[in-house]
Design a binder for this molecule. Structure first.
Ligand code: SF4
Length: 438
């Protein structure tokens, strides 16, 4: 079986998995080295395409268009995956791209193994229906371009009660011990020459992390200067248990971490059931900063119920504590039917409108089809103005903090009217200029 794939790290992980566990013989062919006219249009073969961001959608669109022209009668099975498929209406997607055969939502390892060895009907499939992923390592022949992704525990956090949270996953990877991950890291460092690792746990247990770092230090792996980035941290975790190892291992092998702060106001954190305290935010940022670890802070703006007083409070934090933060990763709240607060639309005073499409995300700047997303446009009650406002008007309330030069906007920020986007861009430029002067 020939499997054609686009050079994406995520697909190299999947190929390593199926090469380890599939019975069928596979020949993996990179589409970067192969002209598409060399593709064998046979139903035995596969094309893998992954879209993990809005920008990837542009490429996916172009590849699918090209294949349709080349093979008007598409026999080869075209498999799509990647996190974009969490937020798209996948039935719309398949109706539009009739040449695509399967979509996998979630982790694709076991789905792809089943598809290769057995048969899976065309359509949309959820990875969780295909069983647990077995342990594996990336095949040495595939060179990973970014950091190697590792995890102790791939589940979302233990809390799972924030009203705006749309993370629905459960464990599909085995929970790994500190010893097992230390072994993997040793292999990647010594056998493959990788040095940079990315923990994608959303449930990082500082005690396990501490044990893991101690094992690496005992094995003498510090001489290779490996680096670790920690994704998705909660500020109420007990990171102080790392004090001893961080005092011993300098500079810190943990180079950065991303914290889900959301908003700096206790009333808002409580309203949305975040279950964290402002003091915990202060302590977490100060602790990492002390050891030279970069703090990236995830913010969620545009939540209904936020008034000017809350924003003013948040601005004080931005003005006085930004020296502790490397980047703010800013998202703008979007309504979707899978979050807890959707049931409480009345309480949060939201008037939902139409579904937003892929084209809305690009503001017509590319030729994106009108595939619906899971997100709905809405108006919400503005306490300060005493009326319902749209998302563009809500965004403008945040301008006092958005001009800070450390703000990095998620593409969903641009899912607004053109006028707001232009204002946002001008404000950023203004913010950068004033920072340069000072
Ligand atoms: S802490 Fe993060 S992952 Fe956990 S429920 Fe809240 S938003 Fe979701």
């Amino acid at each position: 079986m020939k499997i054609y794939y686009i050079e994406e790290d995520i697909l190299k992980y999947l190929l390593s998995y199926v090469e380890t566990y599939c019975k069928t013989e596979i020949e993996a062919i990179s589409l970067n080295n192969c002209k598409t006219d060399e593709i064998e249009n046979s139903e035995k073969n596969l094309i893998l395409i992954s879209s993990t961001s809005l920008y990837d959608m542009n490429r996916t669109h172009e590849v699918l268009k090209k294949i349709k022209i080349q093979f008007p009668e598409t026999k080869i099975r075209i498999i799509l995956g990647g996190s974009m498929h969490y937020i798209l209406n996948n039935e719309d997607f398949l109706n539009h791209y009739t040449q695509a055969s399967h979509i996998c939502v979630g982790k694709g390892e076991e789905f792809l193994r089943t598809l290769i060895d057995k048969k899976v009907p065309k359509g949309v499939h959820f990875a969780e229906d295909f069983g647990n992923i077995k342990p594996y390592r990336i095949n040495k022949k595939y060179r990973i371009e970014k950091e190697v992704k590792i995890t102790f525990n791939d589940n979302r956090c233990d809390w799972q009660k924030c009203l705006f949270c749309h993370h629905q996953t459960r464990h599909v990877c085995p929970i790994n011990t500190a010893e097992k991950i230390a072994e993997d890291v040793e292999y990647y460092i010594k056998e493959c020459n990788y040095k940079h690792f990315y923990f994608y746990d959303n449930n990082m247990n500082p005690h396990v992390l501490n044990k893991f770092l101690k094992i690496l230090l005992e094995k003498g792996l510090n001489k290779y200067s490996p680096t670790f980035y920690l994704f998705g941290l909660r500020v109420d975790s007990q990171f102080e248990v790392l004090t001893e190892i961080l005092e011993q291992w300098k500079p810190s092998p943990i180079v950065g971490g991303s914290w889900g702060l959301e908003f700096y106001d206790q009333e808002i954190l409580d309203l949305y059931n975040k279950n964290t305290k402002l003091k915990q935010i202060d302590n977490a940022l100060a602790f990492f900063h002390k050891y030279g670890i970069a703090n990236d802070a995830y913010l969620l703006l545009g939540l209904p119920g936020v008034n000017n007083k809350h924003i003013e409070h948040f601005k004080e934090f931005i003005d006085h504590k930004s020296y502790l933060v490397r980047d703010y990763r800013v998202s703008f709240f979007l309504l979707n039917p899978f979050i807890r607060m959707y049931e409480d639309k009345e309480k949060f005073k939201m008037h939902e409108k139409n579904y937003l499409t892929l084209q809305d995300f690009f503001l017509d700047k590319i030729n994106a089809p009108k595939i619906r997303t899971i997100f709905k446009n809405f108006d919400s009650w503005d306490e300060d103005l005493g009326r319902y406002v749209d998302r563009g008007e809500t965004l403008r309330k945040y301008f006092p903090i958005l001009k800070h030069k450390k703000m990095k906007f998620h593409p969903n920020m641009f899912l607004l009217d053109d006028h707001s986007c232009n204002l946002l861009t001008s404000l950023r430029l203004l913010g950068e200029k004033s920072e340069e002067k000072s």
